[in-house]
Ligand binder design. Structure first.
Ligand SMILES: NC(=O)c1ccc[n+]([C@@H]2O[C@H](COP(=O)([O-])OP(=O)(O)OC[C@H]3O[C@@H](n4cnc5c(N)ncnc54)[C@H](O)[C@@H]3O)[C@@H](O)[C@H]2O)c1
Length: 256
């Protein structure tokens, strides 16, 4: 039986690690052809190799999403080497934990770096792949956060919260504009997911994890695999009448 994403070509940014890697592997299991993008070429190649070893189809590309020209160049290479992209998952993102009133140079650097990747990167990649996505009546899935709505109860950079509010705004704006082209644009709002992004905090500051879990009805942190189902839903025909939405995958954090 054909998989949910048979005949689709999917681009996943930041797919060398964590949530992006899990989504790339999950999409490949549902028969999509994958273009695995990451600033770290080695981890991108590893994800693509693991997909192929499991019987799937994948190509790896090194890409810094903050580099607009590089995004255009990779989009051209994907078009010629892989084919017409019909699914884009904007997953690449970074986070820092400096407070706004903290050391000024660190706060300024956080702002610049986080906006460059989490927001400008989102723009750059989406713009670069817009033509094939429109031609394919494609789907865009943006990785947002509980911080698209709230600032979490643990120390965190305000730049990150601002950027993730922006991810949701961008999702809604594109859904409104591109719906007439048959392009659906949605977001996923993960809670605390165990990835290298927060590995150090989880290892060294269990009290911060406790604050988070005390506020999470399901009482556990998430795994990257917990995001695969929502991503498959939003990328496939299962969500044919869903656009401009955010699917929370946060153990219930936002409900209480
Ligand atoms: N882990 C969580 O708790 C959590 C919660 C909510 C949202 N998110 C979001 O999920 C997404 C993935 O995060 P993760 O937890 O899997 O982190 P991760 O650090 O495991 O993976 C992020 C990947 O993005 C890549 N990357 C970083 N900067 C890049 C750039 N400029 N260009 C291309 N690739 C780049 C990294 O090399 C890495 O492979 C991010 O957008 C993050 O904000 C994560």
């Amino acid at each position: 039986m054909a998989g949910l994403l048979d005949n689709h070509i999917a681009v996943v940014t930041g797919a060398g690690s964590g949530i992006g890697r899990a989504i790339a592997l999950g999409f490949a299991r549902e028969d999509a052809m994958l273009a695995v993008l990451d600033i770290n070429g080695d981890t991108a190649a590893k994800t693509a190799a693991d997909i192929r070893a499991a019987g799937g189809r994948a190509h790896a590309f090194t890409l810094d999403v903050a580099d607009r020209q590089a995004c255009r160049a990779v989009a051209a290479r994907v078009a010629s080497d892989v084919g017409r992209v019909s699914i884009l998952v904007n997953n690449a993102g970074i986070n820092r934990r400096n407070a706004f009133a903290g050391e000024p140079d660190a706060v300024i650097k956080d702002w610049q770096d986080i906006m460059a990747v989490n927001l400008n990167g989102l723009f750059n990649v989406t713009h670069a792949f817009l033509a094939p996505l429109r031609a394919a009546k494609g789907r865009i899935v943006n990785i947002a956060s509980i911080q698209s709505f709230v600032h979490v109860r643990t120390p965190n950079s305000p730049a990150y919260t601002t950027s993730k509010h922006g991810v949701l705004g961008f999702t809604r704006a594109l859904a409104a504009e591109l719906g007439k082209d048959g392009v659906r644009v949605n977001a996923i709002g993960p809670g605390l997911i165990e990835t290298p992004l927060n590995e150090k905090v989880r290892a060294t500051q269990p009290e911060l994890v406790k604050i988070f879990l005390d506020h999470t009805p399901l009482g556990r942190t998430g795994k990257p695999e917990d995001i695969v189902g929502p991503a498959l839903f939003l990328a496939s025909d299962l969500s044919a009448y869903v656009t401009g939405a955010i699917v929370m995958a946060d153990g219930g954090y936002r409900t209480i």
